[in-house]
Design a protein around this ligand. Structure first.
Ligand code: FES
Ligand SMILES: [Fe+2]
Length: 382
């Protein structure tokens, strides 16, 4: 796993510059500037499922909220705010018996899944305090595709009546291989996301004989269409300058099609299919702090591709992106003005537009407007 934590400049300036560049839709998003630019009320992956076992408590941070996670004796994952409601001691330093978390300071005990206080040891029979009315902060928690997901509802807001299901990676056969990778970027989540959807950096950042080279740059036309909360690069035959795709087509004799979706708050999925063979992946960029985000990448496939070979290439890819983002964070310390250009940065503009329109619809209670009018073709060289 690639881990690197670096400081970078506060995001508000970054977001402001991008919004200046991002056009009218983004300008309306002044709300973005008043907070940290995080999208609340969505599922985010907190930790890998395998890291939480027995009666161990583990910590994580999402959207600058410190969390303590664990698993009850029935195996159900839970996530609480890592802060005792009495005097703020991190609950992760307390004890957990498979049912309740006990604070290390005065021994208050909280039921793990509901956060409800079940005991305050200092109370006497004279005390009238209603223990059961005290709650430690807690969040809905789900497990899927090897991650523990936490539904980050905004402080002080009510949970919606029905919480959407946790995201699920598409798979297309019973048997398949699956692998997970993660990589921290010293960036605000917005930079991580627009980096993820940026088509023009490939030949420069990911140069290699088996993937792209500068000389292979050529003009491309890609069709995009709006989908709820996001956009889709319509099913297409992938780039002819990538050796892996050429090999796949040769093997199956069937056309290779790729569909790439981006949906709020942070998710890029890609499905590649050729005959009976398929490859499916998902990358999420999760805000940890205003100056740190994490890419969680999960891929599954039924191709004859050993996991270790795939990981070797994927790690290299992520490291190249990480290196670039570390450099970018250096540059952003000095609050430069930034640009988004057509057509290569249009997906980034849609991202800022989607984000702004979602916040606006939440504010007004009205339907969310989509920043795209309909299907559109974009052109760039990469
Ligand atoms: S601070 Fe947790 S019980 Fe007092
Ligand atoms: Fe990249």
């Amino acid at each position: 796993m690639l881990r690197r934590v670096l400081r970078c400049e506060a995001m508000s300036e970054t977001v402001r510059s991008l919004m200046q560049a991002g056009g009218a839709a983004a300008r309306d998003a002044s709300a973005l500037e008043n907070d940290l630019g995080f999208l609340w009320d969505f599922w985010y992956p907190a930790v890998r499922s395998t890291t939480v076992s027995g009666q161990q408590l583990v910590t994580a941070m999402l959207l600058e909220v410190p969390l303590v996670l664990g698993r009850t004796s029935e195996g159900k994952a839970f996530a609480m705010r890592d802060s005792c409601p009495h005097r703020g001691i991190p609950l992760s330093h307390g004890r957990f018996d498979g049912k309740a978390v006990e604070c290390s300071y005065h021994g208050w005990r909280f039921e793990a899944c509901s956060g409800q206080c079940v005991e305050i040891p200092s109370l006497t029979s004279q005390d009238k305090l209603k223990v059961e009315r005290i709650f430690a902060g807690h969040y809905p928690c789900g497990e899927r595709d090897g991650y523990i997901w936490v539904y980050m509802n905004a402080a002080g807001s009510r949970l919606p009546e029905t919480i959407p299901e946790t995201p699920k990676l598409s798979v297309f056969s019973e048997k398949y291989r699956i692998t997970h990778l993660a990589c921290e970027l010293p960036s605000h989540v917005d930079q991580g996301i627009i980096g993820l959807m940026d088509p023009a950096h490939g030949p420069f950042v990911h140069q290699s004989w088996y993937w792209r080279s500068r000389r292979s740059i050529h003009e491309k036309e890609k069709k995009f269409e709006p989908i709820p909360h996001g956009f889709r690069m319509s099913p297409h035959t992938p780039s002819s300058n990538s050796a892996p795709y050429r090999m796949l087509q040769k093997y199956t004799g069937a056309p290779v099609t790729t569909t790439i979706d981006f949906v709020l708050p942070n998710m890029r999925t890609e499905e590649i299919r050729s005959g009976k063979l398929w490859f499916s992946s998902r990358a999420t960029v999760t805000p940890v702090r205003r100056d740190l985000c994490r890419i969680d990448f999960v891929a599954a496939w039924n191709l004859f591709l050993p996991v270790w070979i795939f990981r070797m290439f994927a790690e290299r890819f992520l490291r190249q992106d990480q290196k670039t983002m570390i450099l970018q964070a250096e540059g952003l310390k000095h609050n430069p003005r930034l640009m988004l250009i057509d057509d290569a940065d249009r997906p980034a503009k849609w991202y800022f537009g989607l984000k702004a329109n979602l916040l606006e619809s939440r504010r007004t209670g009205g339907a969310m407007e989509h920043p795209m009018d309909g299907p559109v073709s974009l052109h760039w060289r990469s």
